[in-house]
Design a protein around this ligand. Structure first.
Ligand code: C2E
Ligand code: MG
Ligand code: MG
Ligand code: MG
Length: 278
């Protein structure tokens, strides 16, 4: 029997190994029907440009509406989707859904909003990935410059040559690449000068440490400064306090995301935030 903590997430680590496998199988079965049953949806977290203090884009994040498995975390959901291969269909659905929504915002007058979509390694490594993205952009009539693809740092470090070829193609099409959770993968920034990258997303663990961990502070400052010298933009994730925002602004960070600005919200709530013109 899976336990819940505070009505929140399933505590996988509390389970015996065979219980864990059984639960994962149940989740996998339920997930198999999730797209067809329209149980999956996206929430959007605003991305704010520090210079203009305005929302210039969003990050799309997956959610699952399910009576039993509502509380399965997105990370676990993605992990199970990867193990089962559903990630291919789910990942494709996420890109399309995010672009359909972004097109709606463009049509409402927010004509330069971009959307940032998380891409799993397995999805990115599909031979037809670039073609697939291209087709969805055409179907949804969103110009490619409004799509950003987030690839984690660890992901970018495997199958490097193949990934480089794809990233270059994507860039030629006008699509932006962001490296997600940057700083957690122990790669050097110099290594990334080979990659056609638009943005580094500084992992929230560093932002979280700004005022009680000298190392975190130094790492952030170093990333921002080095990124500037090689013309890569920076986005800080997980900004939760005004002091953190102030610090990042002082360091010349370009964009911020985090609970201090807004949690990820449903599309209609995001529209309300856009009207407020933060
Ligand atoms: P991520 O891409 O690094 O996304 C940021 C995560 O941090 C999100 O968690 C977001 O809700 C959370 N977050 C944002 N601001 C704050 C803050 O100020 N404080 C704290 N504590 N957290 C904050 P979420 O939505 O649970 O997603 C977790 C991870 O799951 C994502 O990390 C991403 O790796 C993955 N994920 C989510 N949706 C998708 C998807 O559609 N496709 C793929 N492949 N992965 C996804
Ligand atoms: Mg992300
Ligand atoms: Mg991240
Ligand atoms: Mg993350």
């Amino acid at each position: 029997q899976a336990k819940k903590e505070g009505g929140d997430r399933y505590q996988f680590y509390d389970l015996e190994i065979n219980e864990k496998i059984k639960l994962e199988q149940k989740i996998e079965n339920a997930l198999y029907h999730a797209i067809k049953k329209k149980e999956l949806y996206l929430v959007y977290q605003p991305i704010v440009e520090i210079k203009t203090n305005s929302i210039i884009g969003t990050e799309a994040l997956i959610r699952w509406k399910h009576e039993k498995f509502e509380s399965v975390s997105p990370l676990k959901l993605i992990e199970i989707a990867e193990q089962s291969g559903f990630i291919i269909d789910i990942g494709k659905w996420v890109i399309r859904e995010a672009l359909v929504q972004t097109k709606k915002w463009h049509d409402l007058g927010h004509s330069s909003m971009f959307v940032s979509v998380n891409i799993s390694t397995i999805q990115f490594d599909q031979p037809n990935f670039v073609e697939m993205v291209k087709n969805i952009l055409e179907e949804t009539s969103v110009p490619p410059q409004f799509l950003e693809l987030e690839i984690t740092e660890t992901n970018a470090m495997t199958m490097v040559e193949e990934k480089l070829v794809k990233m270059r193609k994507l860039k030629e099409m006008g699509i932006r690449i962001a490296i997600d959770d940057f700083g957690t993968g122990y790669s050097s920034l110099a290594y990334f000068t080979r990659f056609p990258i638009h943005t580094l997303k500084i992992d929230r663990s560093f932002v979280n440490g700004i005022f009680h961990d000298e190392n975190a502070k130094t790492i952030i400052t170093t990333i921002i400064n080095m990124a500037k010298t090689i013309n890569i933009a920076t986005t800080a994730e997980g900004v939760e306090t005004p002091d953190q925002l102030k610090f990042l602004q002082g360091q010349g960070c370009d964009k911020v995301q985090g609970y201090f600005i807004s949690r990820p919200v449903k599309s209609d709530q995001l529209e309300a935030l856009l009207k407020e013109k933060i």
